[in-house]
Design a protein around this ligand. Structure first.
Ligand code: GDG
Length: 557
């Protein structure tokens, strides 16, 4: 075993065998390590909850709600937002009948809640409770548009948009986080619920909940990237945000690099840290585990897959709608209309493809869905205007026989329409400049049960760590993206099948139920008198948790 001096900072001398460092209380039950690698779906996740967390209450907290009640063409309609967080979490909450606390942002949301501001959302076996929080327009502006989306969002994405930090927005951020924390405390049925806090809008909630419910098991998940400490240190209130997040028992991030960056910053703000993909931060008398849990999608059930329209019919509909010859090719992009998604860069690369490879003129359509998002913010308006102008310019340049190569669909689509596009496409193009994970690429793979279609994927999306059978590109390198597009458009069917088969096997097993199961298993381990994560040691007056991952880091350092 190699010696890691960082470990000594936490546990004394790491060279000592565990039993000599303190009094060994519990040992790891062997079966859990296998569980997390098992095949996960909604029923197995429910089984985990039933067996390991049977009497425990699960409360999910996010700014974004899974459903809103909106007025569409004079009628109230239940709509699901274009949001990766909702795509991932909704099937999990549906499976475990938790309580979901979120901002009631829909026009008609207040009409549908009961006296306790709850609405019953459909779940796999009955309903789950959506508890809505109300915000004033000023709070929404300061908390969401301001500090969260104009400050933290650009701060965490390396995309060269200047983050804006305003004192007034910060005050709203604190007030709204307190509101969410109070709602958790009111919704808690006992002293020790499991609270799953989602994303950068709610970084202060963990410590606020901890202060009122010290026995709660709090897991925070950060859906967007966590860059290096110098970048994060630009935020004037980063110490407060870190203090808030370290109220969690576990902080989950998308990638190993994000987790290492978080742990590095925790060390700078005074925590004592064991570094690695999985680290522990000791601060005061508490420990926070830092782990990466790559998020995913719910793999379609056999019934859901059978209900999809055939690939052939999707293809025919697309050919008809966009005047695409039958020997032609369809490239799709599906995103929120956000500057982090690299839409300008992908248009540039597409233009380069048409310039350098004229054989594709008239034979290729690029259909870009860009769902309306954050349209009130100036950076978004400017960016969206820039994209529209770029589309018009490229279309004017390459228009042929009445058809234009790029189709920009800049509105919200329903899930059925997105699935048709996924199934009709030859290529799915994801060129995020920086992305926590990116679920669009996983949805594309899940939709292709014909094992055809090529994924072109940015190296700066968290998903690139897992989906290496895609064509991985640097979105800033337009010539490289153009060549990868050419390679994708020309790829023989056998090669498509081989790559797609491998991608499907990865996404099928690393699905969102597994993501939730890994987190909940870790949470259960912290609650259980038997810690399946590692051994609890009494060491002087401190209880130290030596987890197996830390141990592994020590061995491999
Ligand atoms: C954040 C992180 C991370 C898109 N257009 C429409 C629509 N969508 C859906 C897609 C997909 C979701 O929105 C987008 O998910 P992403 O993961 O690509 O991106 P973010 O929303 O930025 O999500 C991201 C994610 O959280 C999860 O942790 O992967 O990195 O930024 O599901 O299909 N959905 C509907 N209409 C549309 O027009 N209904």
């Amino acid at each position: 075993m190699n010696y890691d001096p960082r470990f000594a900072a936490v546990c004394g001398d790491a060279r000592l065998p565990l039993h000599r460092m303190g009094r060994l209380i519990q040992k790891k039950p062997p079966e859990l390590a296998q569980d997390v690698d098992a095949e996960w779906d909604a029923p197995t996740l429910r089984g985990l909850l039933g067996s390991r967390l049977a009497s425990d209450q699960i409360i999910v907290v996010s700014n974004r709600q899974p459903f809103s009640h909106e007025v569409v063409a004079g009628e109230v309609k239940l709509t699901q937002p274009a949001s990766g967080l909702v795509t991932a979490l909704e099937p999990v909450v549906r499976a475990c009948n938790g309580t979901w606390i979120a901002h009631g942002s829909g026009e008609m949301d207040r009409v549908f809640v009961d006296d306790a501001d709850r609405w019953s959302a459909p779940s796999d076996n009955g309903t789950y409770q959506l508890r809505r929080i109300w915000l004033t327009p000023q709070e929404q502006q300061g908390h969401c548009d301001g500090f969260s989306n104009s400050g933290l969002w650009p701060l965490c994405h390396m995309v060269h948009v200047r983050p804006a930090f305003e004192e007034a927005d910060w005050q709203h951020y604190k007030a709204v986080n307190t509101r969410f924390a109070n709602a958790v405390i009111r919704e808690a049925r006992g002293q020790d619920p499991i609270v799953l806090i989602q994303d950068y809008h709610l970084a202060l909630v963990p410590a606020l909940v901890r202060a009122q419910l010290p026995l709660a098991t709090i897991v925070s998940f950060w859906h967007i990237p966590w860059p290096h400490p110098q970048q994060m240190g630009l935020c004037p209130w980063m110490d407060e945000l870190m203090h808030g997040l370290l109220g969690s028992d576990i902080v989950g991030l998308q990638t190993g690099q994000d987790a290492r960056n978080f742990a590095d910053l925790a060390a700078r703000v005074g925590g004592r840290v064991i570094h690695g993909d999985s680290a522990e931060v000791l601060h005061g008398d508490r420990t926070t585990q830092v782990r990466n849990y790559p998020i995913s999608i719910a793999w379609p059930t056999a019934t859901a897959a059978a209900a999809l329209p055939s690939v052939k019919s999707c293809r025919r509909a697309a050919e008809k709608q966009w005047l695409l010859p039958s020997e032609g090719r369809l490239i799709i992009g599906i995103d929120r209309f956000d500057y982090t998604k690299g839409i300008v860069e992908r248009l540039h690369a597409f233009e380069e493809l048409l310039t350098n490879r004229p054989q594709w003129h008239g034979l290729v359509r690029f259909v870009q869905v860009a769902a309306t998002t954050r349209a009130g913010l100036k950076e978004y308006k400017d960016f969206q205007g820039q994209v529209r102008a770029q589309v018009a310019r490229i279309n004017a340049k390459f228009k042929s026989l009445g058809s234009e190569p790029i189709v920009l669909l800049d509105w919200h689509h329903d899930r059925a329409a997105l699935n048709k596009l996924y199934r009709a496409a030859d290529v799915c193009l994801v060129t995020s400049l920086h992305d926590g994970m990116n679920l669009v690429c996983k949805e594309f793979v899940a939709a292709r049960d014909d094992e055809q279609g090529v994924l072109v994927l940015s190296q700066f999306a968290g998903a690139a760590d897992e989906l290496s059978e895609g064509l991985i590109v640097n979105p800033y390198h337009s010539a490289q993206v153009a060549e990868s597009l050419h390679q994708a458009l020309s790829m023989p069917k056998d090669e498509q099948r081989r790559r797609m088969r491998s991608l499907r096997s990865t996404v099928k097993s690393a699905n969102v139920y597994r993501w939730a199961a890994r987190m909940l298993t870790d949470a259960a381990a912290l609650r259980s008198p038997v810690s399946p994560q590692g051994s609890h040691l009494l060491h002087g007056s401190n209880r130290l948790t030596v987890n197996l991952h830390a141990h592994h880091i020590m061995e491999s350092a």
